[in-house]
Design a binder for this molecule. Sequence first.
Ligand code: KIV
Ligand code: ZN
Length: 385
Amino acid sequence: MRKIDIFDTTLRDGEQSAGINLNTAEKIEIARQLERFGVTIIESGFPAASPGDFDAVQRIAGTVKNSIVTGLARSVESDIATAWEALKGSEQPHVHIFLATSPIHMEHKLMKTPEQVVETAVASVKYAKQFFPLVQWSAEDASRSEPEFLARIIREVIKAGATTINLPDTVGYATPQEYGALFRYITENVVGIENVKLSAHCHNDLGMATANTLAAIENGATQIEGTINGIGERAGNVALEEIAVALHIRKQVYSVETDIHLKEIKRTSQLVSQLTGSIIQPNKAVVGKNAFAHESGIHQDGMLKNPLTYEIITPELIGDAKTELVLGKHSGRHAFKDRALKMGFELSEEKLKKAFVEFKKLADRKKVIVEEDLLVLLTDQQIND
Ligand code: KIV
Ligand code: ZN
């Protein structure tokens, strides 16, 4: 099985979410949990961005031993030198340098010609290689770049010493077909690409980050980047828990493995949500409150007969509590009887029928039926018999 490295950027791209600001202690706590979760690389911050970020990166670099720790740097010597100061204490010093390669970014943001962009990229990688054995180079806005230009600049930065090439879908614009084709094109047109890691980095502006990341894996990516709960700039980054579970559940399709410990998913997700203050939407795939909740009678009946009818992921797989059969107005008699039995009420068929009628009336009035509601209702039936 092909190995896929998991690059976590919760503490860098994730922290770039509007309204999120983590202090050093919080970042260290998350980094430790990411290490337990089994990520290959932790992007712990952007050392040149602020003294606080520098401090957090330096402390994480000195604390984490089982994951590689990296920091972001623009393609300027001062950023790279600052990153080195922050990261030189880590086990395997790694830096992540980026430079935009799309026509719109080169002309309107960098105000450089493509020739100047190649020169800057090569110079920054050569400079970084004086310090760092591991240098990741990212072509910002790769998905809107000219593939021929991208192939050319990648060849040059590999010659300069880059050990990982990242092709971000910076603005979440690519479709899975396009993003997959970009990876195929680069693997087929860059000599030496097989000697470096090839990374995918997807944003979720059109809700396609998970599909795009999986398309990159199918087309040669050996590393994928994302965040816990999918936090990040604008609509966020790809949610790592979704990728980890998809690769596990659909092993026959992707034929790859990672070092992720799936049982740590729930704990990691909750810690990130709690410390960032970023609430997880109830229907969020894998970690949402409703991800394992079944309300409709037909689904509940199927679940009680065989959970495989409606559950492709078990909560236990991700370290979560048991599946919940939520009782509401769509629920059926089977789930109602099951719950009554679990609560210790062995009612006759007649009583159960009456109790179920009362339950349906209540469910029409009340949005959420709690255990106490059922207790009152079932006790009433028991006594009134
Ligand atoms: O989305 C992006 O392009 C980035 C780069 C810094 C890699 O986050
Ligand atoms: Zn990004």
